[in-house]
Ligand binder design. Structure first.
Ligand code: F0G
Length: 470
């Protein structure tokens, strides 16, 4: 077996290189189902892993969102909840944490990331404007389109190639961005929608040099840059590892510097920040903040809680500080690379380099005999569940939805099945089981027949669509 990341897998250096910087204090039993039970459960779920009951799942790699284990300190923080309607002390703790670690001036809590996406889209997009970004994300684009914007993908071409080993596949292609500005006119650009570790590209990072260059270009045209900071701590880890001038620097420092090139951010705190619920919108601009701070009351709750309980804001404030610990982030990414190395050794096709939050299996190369209309990535998620009770998620044509103008399927180049690793939840033995299951499904890949969609919801169809076997 090849070991591609000795510094994080610890294989060649022994266990001195890294291990989880915590021990386990409380456990939750898992249920192992029979093949017959899984066959029944999956058929009932319309071959969509989002529609399975979690009790029918053995190892749950659906998402890293809201699935983290909180620390004893975060749980202690829950007991400090100040459940006042207005001006809760936990809000000020959250505001201070965002200011200290992300560096933005004004902070609004929201119930989760898409609450903040809704607000930023409503206050910063005028109907008809373009919103260039480094690859779409499902909920982000949905809110941009609802506000009357048109998303334009300006990520570098390498991001669409699962085999490219470019170290910063999340980078914006400055020529594509400059070209859009020239064609549309700067006043027709709402803002640049920049995401850290690009989810749909495989958790691929953006370089500091790239955000700096984007800032410079946007300054020339008076265009704002807003950041999807959801997995920005993971992005900072890759900068510390790969970018000249940043080697070995603390991720907390890198995070602050990166955010300093942007005008604000929206956050799904359910990822990096190690909480089960929560988000925020942060803005430096007074006028935009005032508008958003008024609008938050309509959709989320008062501007000092935004849909969160006081205890949730306290756990989040503590989680933010824990998330930028270098030991934490090294073991977080180390675990994903451990799984990646096992799969690589078995010749399984997946997106390289291994990204921040998941392994993205390449369903096109898994099932070269299936057309994209037969939903290869959805099929792979179904087969993996049937084999072992492991739950994964489709990130291909189903997730990409339809073009709102033409009604056709969007057809992404990437047809991926995501094995998403929750933070501080599963052990190395679980990763071994996952690798064995993927290998078993790979061994029987030629028998996979694909799926047909039998029910298609109007919005974000991947969450609730139903399928049948072909
Ligand atoms: N931005 C990114 C990059 C995300 O990955 C997500 C959620 C959101 C915004 C929206 O945040 O879920 O808190 O409303 N991603 C989850 C996932 C659903 O599984 O990747 P939310």
């Amino acid at each position: 077996m090849t070991t591609r990341h000795p510094e994080t897998t610890g294989r060649q250096l022994g266990r001195r290189s890294w291990a989880e910087p915590w021990k386990i204090k409380m456990v939750e039993p898992l249920r192992i189902t029979t093949p017959e039970e899984r066959e029944r459960a999956l058929a009932q779920a319309g071959y969509n892993t989002f529609l399975l009951r979690s009790e029918d799942v053995y190892i749950d790699l659906l998402t890293d969102s809201g699935t983290s284990a909180m620390s004893d300190r975060q749980w202690a923080g829950m007991m400090l909840g100040d459940e006042a309607y207005a001006g809760s002390r936990n809000f000020y703790a959250l505001e201070e944490a965002v200011r200290e670690y992300y560096g933005y001036r004004h902070v609004l809590p929201t119930h989760q990331g898409r609450g903040a996406e809704h607000l930023i889209s409503q206050v910063a997009i005028k109907p008809g404007q373009y919103v260039p970004g480094n690859m779409y994300f499902t909920t982000t684009r949905e809110h941009q389109e609802r506000a009357g914007g048109t998303f334009v993908d300006v990520i570098i071409d390498e991001a669409h190639d699962p085999a490219s080993e470019h170290p910063f596949k999340g980078n914006i292609d400055l020529a594509k961005l400059a070209d859009l500005i020239a064609r549309a006119g700067a006043d027709q650009i709402a803002y640049v929608s920049l995401a850290g570790t690009v989810n749909m590209a495989g958790g691929q990072p953006v370089a500091m040099a790239n955000v700096r260059a984007v800032r410079e270009l946007c300054d020339q045209h008076g265009i704002k840059v807003f950041l999807d900071a959801t997995r920005m701590v993971e992005n900072a880890f890759f900068i510390a590892e790969r970018e000249p001038g940043y080697e070995g620097r603390p991720v907390a420092e890198i995070l602050r510097e990166f955010c300093s090139y942007t005008d604000g951010a929206w956050m799904s705190a359910k990822k990096d920040s190690l909480v089960n619920i929560g988000g925020w919108l942060a803005l430096n601009d007074e006028t935009l903040f005032e508008e958003a701070s008024n609008l938050v009351i309509v959709f989320e709750g008062l501007h000092t809680y935004g849909g969160l309980a006081g205890r949730d804001m306290q756990a989040l404030a503590i989680g933010i500080a824990e998330s930028v610990s270098d030991d934490h982030i090294r073991s977080r990414i180390g675990q994903i690379r451990y799984l990646g190395d096992l799969l690589d050794g078995a010749g399984i096709p997946f997106v390289k380099p291994v990204g921040g939050h998941a392994i993205f299996l390449d369903a096109r190369r898994f099932y070269p005999h299936l057309e994209q209309d037969q939903f290869p990535a959805q099929t792979l998620a179904a087969e993996l569940y049937l084999d072992s009770g492991i739950r994964s998620m489709e990130r291909g044509i189903v997730s990409a939805g339809r073009n709102p103008k033409t009604g056709d399927h969007n057809r992404p180049k990437l047809e991926l099945t995501r094995l998403t690793i929750p933070r501080r939840v599963y052990t190395q033995a679980h990763m071994d089981i996952v690798a064995e299951a993927v290998e078993a499904v790979y061994a029987s890949r030629e028998s996979a027949k694909g799926l047909v969609m039998t029910f298609e919801p109007r919005y974000l169809r991947f969450f609730q669509a139903r399928f049948d076997r072909l």
